[in-house]
Design a binder for this molecule. Structure first.
Ligand SMILES: [Ca+2]
Length: 473
């Protein structure tokens, strides 16, 4: 069971770990993928001090081979030093009344205790035991060294009796070398044939991006209530939901229309049915003014727009609104409306920001994973390859008046030397387009492809209109 807590702290209840099995600093194989490739487990038994076992081999616990702990390669001397530091840290972390007895407590006695494991971005990994009055730290480890700590950058994960901890330099696997079998039922893989009644129809392929006129053969597969495969159904009844085209016996042909479509291909067997999701995009150029869409609708082919964007009437036209309703988790959103393998195209959009309680939102356009974004409160224009990476972001001051329509234009071009050039311009819609680009960057760590999109961080509402996507001029 995993529970996320704030500030990089993740708690795992019910894990049966010996506290002697603990990460070794930088000793393990990095980012191994398979459990066998994970490093950083020091074998601790009731008779061995954990550090004494760290000799790059498999050590058996005193309860037999099943408790063997995998030991990462490291020298004995450094392991002993780590063990001493670990003992000292345990004394420091335990409450005074428990500290005196803690060093004598055998790690093996802690098997099967309900324990908590947590990590912090300050490179501390710890095992904790919750109680009615507080939390007892059973074990605490330094990842990396005091001088060069490894930050834990992701939540711990559990699989087959092991705990996986990811730092910025290594992947640590805590547990026994012999994995426990998962108690979860096996997933349906289509080979475990069942004679039970069908309760689920799977349509494959299940998620598709197509072009007008494309043809696809869909299949209907039946499964029982336990997820066991029954058979491939050849007599399913096929139909289309919000898609233009034909489907007959699973053979789908997309209509040759010059408009984006999003809908479902549906297979019905008796009284149960299943669907595949299909989005169909015509070739560029595109333009969208939202005037043909229903109020309160969301464009059917867009990704990540539901509950975040909505079509609305505004001064005699329809616009797409980045709303502020609902959870604050929805206030920032990137919505995408095309294939993710596109490159060398330009996105344009009109944007208008409101102000509420002196707060003005942020908004922009996205092309090939580059964002051209206006920041309302900062009154700045950013060109970002990836927003968290400020080193590669270009920033210029920009006076962005509220309740005023501006036009944004972002062009991204892959250059022959392997770099990618992104450049943008922003100007009031009431004025003519400036000749010069407002902001530009040639990116040596390029994003070579990506879907077009828009971004809205709505401290107050933002409006979009007159979207255009076209091949670079
Ligand atoms: Ca419009």
């Amino acid at each position: 069971m995993l529970m996320m807590a704030p500030a990089f702290c993740l708690t795992i209840c019910g894990a049966t770990m010996r506290t002697g099995q603990r990460p070794q600093p930088r000793a393990g194989t990095r980012t191994g993928g398979s459990a066998e490739a994970c490093g950083g487990i020091a074998g601790g038994t009731s008779s061995d001090a954990p550090g004494d076992a760290a000799e790059g081999a498999i050590r058996a616990g005193n309860d037999g081979p099943a408790s063997r702990a995998w030991v990462a390669s490291s020298s004995l001397s450094s392991a002993v030093m780590r063990r001493r530091r670990w003992r000292a840290s345990r004394r420091q972390c335990l409450p005074p009344a428990q500290a005196a007895s803690a060093p004598q407590q055998s790690p093996a006695k802690k098997v099967s205790r309900i324990a908590r494991y947590s990590g912090s971005s300050r490179a501390r990994s710890s095992g904790q035991k919750p109680s009615a009055t507080g939390v007892q730290i059973l074990d605490q480890d330094q990842l990396g060294t005091e001088a060069k700590p490894e930050a834990i950058i992701a939540s711990p994960a559990i699989s087959n009796g092991r705990v996986f901890v990811v730092s910025d330099s290594a992947l640590y696997c805590i547990g026994k070398k012999t994995a426990q079998n998962s108690s979860h039922p096996q997933s349906a893989v289509g080979t475990n044939v069942s004679s039970n009644p069908a309760t689920f129809v799977q349509v494959v392929p299940t998620e598709l991006l197509l072009k007008p006129g494309d043809k696809v053969n869909f299949r209907a597969r039946l499964f029982d209530a336990q997820g066991n495969f029954i058979r491939e159904e050849t007599n399913a009844s096929w139909s289309l939901d919000q898609l233009k085209g034909t489907v007959e016996n699973g053979h789908f042909t997309a209509a040759n229309v010059d408009a984006a479509q999003g809908g479902l291909v549906k297979a019905t067997v008796g009284d149960i049915s299943g669907t595949a999701s299909v989005r169909i995009f015509p070739p560029l150029p595109w333009s969208e003014n939202f005037d043909g869409m229903a109020v309160n609708s969301v464009p059917s082919t867009w990704v990540n727009a539901t509950l975040k964007f909505v079509v609305r009437e505004m001064n005699g036209t329809k616009v797409l609104v980045k709303t502020t309703e609902g959870s604050s988790l929805l206030s920032r959103a990137r919505a995408y409306f095309g294939p993710s393998d596109w490159s060398n195209y330009t996105v344009e959009a009109d944007i208008n920001a409101t102000q509420r309680r002196r707060q003005q939102g942020d908004g922009g356009v996205i092309a090939q994973r580059y964002s051209l974004t206006l920041f309302g409160n900062d009154q700045k224009l950013h060109l970002e390859p990836w927003q968290p990476e400020t080193e590669r972001t270009v920033v210029v001051p920009f006076t962005w008046k509220p309740d005023t329509w501006y036009r944004m234009k972002l062009e991204v071009q892959n250059l022959p030397n392997g770099t990618t050039r992104a450049r943008g311009k922003v100007w009031p819609v009431s004025e003519t387009e400036p000749t010069a680009w407002t902001i530009e960057r040639v990116d040596p760590i390029p994003n070579r492809q990506g879907a077009p999109g828009i971004f809205g961080g709505a401290l107050s509402e933002l409006y979009f209109d007159n979207l255009k996507v076209y091949r670079n001029n």
